[in-house]
Design a protein around this ligand. Structure first.
Ligand code: NAD
Length: 298
């Protein structure tokens, strides 16, 4: 997939999609982009090779690769297969082209989409990312990949423009499963750190000092290392990953754990806590505002 002979459609130009698309443009790829929010065009004004189009169908016209960076599987499934009497775009993909779903989607939906798309001669690859907006900007995302191994190998040069650690984990849907489980572990760490720091403060301790101790001890996790000082104790709550998306990821992970008939006590509790926080804090809240939610409960 060399920049000169690969036409890309990029659908979903939000907090993550914009910097990922920027890195592909910087590498020399030409992109046709689409997002429901038409203001995204301004974010590409200084970069050559980008064309904002007015529908997903126009974006995929003639494209060798379509990249999806959308909120969830309900939106993706409606776009592919249609909804409310509107047809989907799946039948319009160029034969032999690649669909890379880089969103954090449901592994069950991804397996189904893979089955239907392969029957139509389209290569489906699930390639969700981890690392957040900062790593999306500097092109150092962790990318987890599922699908046919040969499709992974074809897509690797393109993925390398957006990420550093790129790991193939298995057949279609496998990467979305790993991503949801990773985000469950991460969210459990966020909720635990929020509750622990709040209790420490109530006990009369300085939460900055407590977090320093966590980071030198076994309580250390991604939240204590990267979020507590930067987004939580200062109440900035602006990491760039929404609480609504974290709630969605937890729901996917719980569905998977329960679907495998596995013990799910903590996953259930995490879903309940994320739901309560999301409902109380409302649309637009960042996931790090979990700390504010926890503080407000006591
Ligand atoms: P976002 O909400 O900032 O962006 C999503 C974009 O999709 C928005 O611009 C929205 O307008 C657009 N959109 C929604 N429905 C659409 C439709 N039907 N057609 C076209 N565009 C549509 O979300 P984000 O933070 O960029 O996350 C995107 C995906 O990446 C999600 O699945 C998320 O879980 C995952 N993710 C996010 C982060 C992060 O730190 N933000 C990290 C890893 C993975």
């Amino acid at each position: 997939m060399k920049p000169a002979d690969t036409k890309i459609a990029f659908i979903g130009l939000g907090l993550m999609g914009v910097p990922m698309a920027h890195n592909l443009l910087k590498a020399g790829y030409h992109l046709k982009g689409f997002d429901l929010n038409s203001q995204v065009a301004e974010k590409f004004s200084s970069i050559a090779g980008f064309e904002l189009v007015s529908s997903p169908a126009k974006a995929i016209e003639g494209s060798d690769v379509t990249i999806l960076m959308l909120p969830d599987s309900a939106i993706i499934d409606a776009m592919l297969w249609g909804s409310n009497g509107q047809p989907g775009i799946a039948s319009q993909f160029k034969s032999g082209s690649y669909l890379l779903d880089m969103s954090s989607s449901s592994p069950i939906s991804s397996r189904e989409n893979n089955q239907k798309l392969s029957a139509m001669g389209i290569h489906f690859v699930d390639a969700p990312v981890s690392g957040g907006v900062k790593k999306a900007i500097d092109g150092s995302l962790a990318i987890i990949v599922g699908g046919q191994k040969s499709d992974f190998e074809v897509c690797l040069p393109l993925l390398e423009k957006m990420g550093k650690s790129i790991v193939y984990v298995g057949t279609a849907g496998a990467a979305h499963a790993v991503k949801a489980l990773n985000n469950y572990v991460s969210a459990a760490g966020l909720i635990a750190a929020s509750e622990a720091l709040n209790a420490a403060e109530k006990f009369g301790l300085d939460p900055h000092v407590v977090n320093t101790v966590f980071n030198a001890s076994t309580g250390r996790n991604n939240t204590t290392e990267n979020k507590v000082e930067n987004f939580m104790l200062n109440e900035a709550f602006n990491s760039g990953f929404s609480l609504a998306l974290m709630r969605k990821d937890l729901q996917i992970a719980l569905g998977l754990i329960e679907g495998m008939n596995c013990y799910s006590s903590l996953a259930k509790q995490c879903v309940a806590t994320a739901r309560a926080a999301d409902e109380q804090l409302g649309k637009g809240a960042d996931h790090t505002a979990m700390y504010g939610f926890v503080k407000a409960q006591s």
